[in-house]
Write a protein that binds this ligand. Sequence first.
Ligand code: BTN
Length: 319
Amino acid sequence: MLTLLKLLKDGRFHSGQALGAALGVSRSAVWKQLQQLEAEFGLVIHKVRGRGYQLANPLVLLSELEIAAATPSASWPVHVYDSIDSTNAEALRLVGKGVVAPFIVVAERQTAGRGRRGRQWVSPFAENIYYSLLLRIDGGMRQLEGLSLVVGLAVLQALRELGIAGAGLKWPNDVLVDNKKIAGILLELVGDPADVCHVVLGVGINVNMQVADQVDQLWTSARLETGRSIDRNQLIASLGEKLRFYLEWHQSSGFAAIQAEWEQNHLWQGRKVALVAGVNQVEGIVLGIDQQGALRLQVDGVEKVFSGGELSLRLRDDA
Ligand code: BTN
């Protein structure tokens, strides 16, 4: 079915006969596959008598070659999938099978994309970036401190380079534009964090998505913000460059050196917030973060520090 999609991706008309010949199947088998493409991938295909079939929107698919060509410095190996449950899960499976880190996994779609706090990450076909960078960490806990926040800075810089000047960070690692989420980050770890472990840096960026009924929070995409279609291969290359820069800085100097830059980009500095952990919540004013990336809140006049993957912030000013 994906071979057929690749034949159609140029957005031109292709006759049923030509498609059948290229695939070595009958015209009715082509018709069946077209129906499946529409149903399974949510694609719109024009069917015009006498002209054939045409994708309503031409597709630029992910390509390892194009990602490498757009990466000026030596790039990490990239594994490209048409469809996978989760790029984070696949990266962890690959390392379990002995694939040597570092490497990247990207996919056209995820059937079970994972978000923070057990949520699902909506991952439609060929529209967004679903990216996982698998790293080996053997420097102990210091190399993990603030790591997810550092990834947020890299994603932010890649989006700014597209011209999305209003993008900023929300602790711990959401990227927002006007309070709408444009990217999310999920780190998962296997092994002993105090000794040798592997960590997968999972990044989801809403790139060309224009409608998504299943997303249950305010969201936007790079296309909605810039008004143009974005080349995902180039954005993946740019994200890799930014990650390389920030990860090297983090490794050589520790998170403390990056803390100030992170705070400068934190959209909710000084704002009144509720910090939510399951059914519990604490209200306070955001003072910033500490040298490990934990959140500093002023609660009833007293500074308190919070950390943990299950926490999330909500604004209270407008409540
Ligand atoms: C969040 O909830 O904000 C985090 C979302 C992280 C989604 C990305 S998409 C690529 C990688 N694979 C996953 O299954 N999740 C992350």
